[in-house]
Design a protein around this ligand. Sequence first.
Ligand code: ACO
Length: 326
Amino acid sequence: MTIIRSHLIGTGYKLPAKILTNDDLSQMVDTNDEWISTRTGIKSRHIAAEGELTSDLSYEAALMAIQNAQIKNQEIDFIIVATVTGDHTFPATAAKLAKKLGLKPGTPAMDVNAACSGFVYASQIADNMIRLGQIKTALVIGAETLSRITDWTDRNTCVLFGDGAGAAIFQAVEGLGTKDDTGLLATKIYADGEQFDRLYSASGVSIDQKAGYIHMDGKEVFKVAVPSLVQGVEESLKIAGLSIEDVNWYVPHQANLRIIDSVAKKLNIDMEKVIVTVDHHGNTSAASIPLALAESFAAGKFKKGDVIAISAMGAGFTWGGMILRL
Ligand code: ACO
């Protein structure tokens, strides 16, 4: 029996030019490279320039993905942007991008707010639409300018985050419906609103008309992040009918190297198979996974037939995973 699968046909990314190092941060708050490096694995992060918006980063990432996919903008029939730092309260950053990219009139455009799990959430939505035959080609973006909601006087949080955008294009291709198919083989998403106040912004349009700063219970987030990231991989592997031995690459949400190390140990996957970008990106929330994917493609790490496991966890709490065969 043939079924429709979503193939990843192109990726792209954009990082702002400005790099903020740990030494730079030590001039701003009471911290140092040794503390940040040993606790988080982060060495530097990119920071958007004044006036450089989430839509600008998304646009550049999208152009690169479109070029790599060798398609025309007009072939895209759905655009979805995962972000917690969209340009406007409304409409969606995706709608602004649809205009900037010159997508065909009527192309549906929406944002999704699932924090650091946003790209997995957005990919599941796009994948379901593709598999239902509602669309053929989807542009899925994860993009953030977290620097705008970072309290640069709070050393507990300001050392962790960065800005950037990653884009992926998924396209319908016929598969056999077996675990040997190429394309997205599984997606799985979760949330637990009980954990809402572990990681959040105290402000909001409805509360005080502000965006607010990131507040975080770091220890609690760490504790929950590890099993959630593990579950994202294990459950999506089950759906795909594969096991960890089948996985060539693991792309985790890039929050903290210690979290990534613990997850890799629990999954029993060698760190050589784990993509790590947190050292030079910091935590870019919804952008972290598509950025890591696109940067790895650009570096020639992946080859046809590779199985990539992905998992993410973030505010909400939200979490999830997906399995992709190239
Ligand atoms: N520089 C120097 N000292 C610092 C800094 C800093 N930047 N930040 C905190 N400290 C101090 C604290 O004030 C504390 O000092 P005290 O003992 O005198 O009170 C001490 O360092 C230890 O602080 P802890 O919070 O206990 O440090 P911990 O080992 O838990 O590490 C961290 C903090 C890195 C935030 C850790 O909890 C963590 O990685 N949590 C995961 C959170 C995360 O990654 N969040 C990202 C967003 S969520 C997501 O994307 C999934």
